[in-house]
Write a protein that binds this ligand. Structure first.
Ligand code: MN
Length: 258
């Protein structure tokens, strides 16, 4: 028995809908800004090589220039020192890239507190309401941050004390990495840690624990409000860059409609 014909039939009738969780990628895509003395990646840009003209009379094509960690993208284990002996982005098993999606909603908390940190108790409460996180699932954290995706200043929310965007406590990051049999997490913000996570112990704890445990992180997601708390299927499709620490990623969800 194959389930694929059932899925195809549901797509044909519209009883299963595809939701694109990916932010469009352009030179305007907001990107992480590290303070001195650290080095930053280049922003995304597109460069014309020909456009149905002398360099290519019948075709149009471009070079693209980009850092790995730009826009909607995945972090592979080798991105962080804790995962330096782990997988690059081309080595992530495809079975880990398709699975159940669960959505946890923190829009109310982050609206009043942009530095809000998600803690273990919030995940425990979700499981008490909805049941255990499924094996191989992706935990998607909705914060409403996608509303700022068109505005770099608002998206990074920088002031003299750093960036103010929501994230996770160190305890929560460790618990997710070590206690849950999931594939990874996804967030709406520019990175998988809070804007001010440099001051946590360890610094950037979600990067440290998650990537060190062969789990993966995706950022700059949108349309999480179109997903149910559980029951959706997610497809995470990074470019398989050999040796890459991350890559721009198309992220799609399949959602059943009632
Ligand atoms: Mn990244």
């Amino acid at each position: 028995m194959s389930a694929v014909p059932e899925i195809l039939a549901a797509l044909a009738t519209g009883s299963v809908e595809i939701v694109d969780l990916t932010a469009p990628l352009s030179a305007d895509t907001p990107t992480l800004v590290l303070p001195d003395p650290f080095s930053n990646l280049i922003d995304f840009s597109i460069e014309e090589v020909s456009a149905y003209n002398e360099p290519g009379p019948f075709w149009k094509h471009h070079n693209i220039h980009t850092g790995e960690h730009i826009g909607t993208h995945i972090d592979a284990p080798i991105h962080w020192i804790s995962g330096k002996d782990g997988k690059d982005v081309s080595q992530i098993a495809p079975e880990r890239l398709i699975g159940p999606a669960v959505v946890l909603d923190f829009t109310a908390q982050t609206e009043t507190d942009p530095d809000f940190l998600i803690d273990v108790e919030h995940l425990v409460a979700w499981q008490e309401e909805h049941g255990p996180f499924p094996a191989n699932s992706w935990l998607l954290f909705r914060t409403g941050w996608e509303q700022y995706g068109h505005d770099k200043q608002a998206f990074l929310n920088l002031d003299e004390n750093g960036s103010h965007t929501p994230g996770f406590t160190a305890e929560c990051a460790k618990w997710i990495a070590e206690e849950l049999a999931i594939s990874g997490i996804g967030v709406e913000t520019v990175g998988i840690d809070a804007g001010n996570a440099a001051v946590l112990e360890p610094p950037f704890p979600m990067h440290y624990f998650l990537l060190g445990a062969d789990k993966y992180g995706i950022t700059s997601l949108k349309n999480l409000g179109k997903l149910p708390a559980h029951g959706a299927l997610i497809v995470v499709a990074p470019l398989p860059v050999v040796g890459g620490t991350g890559a721009p990623t198309r992220v799609l969800a399949m959602v059943g409609k009632n």
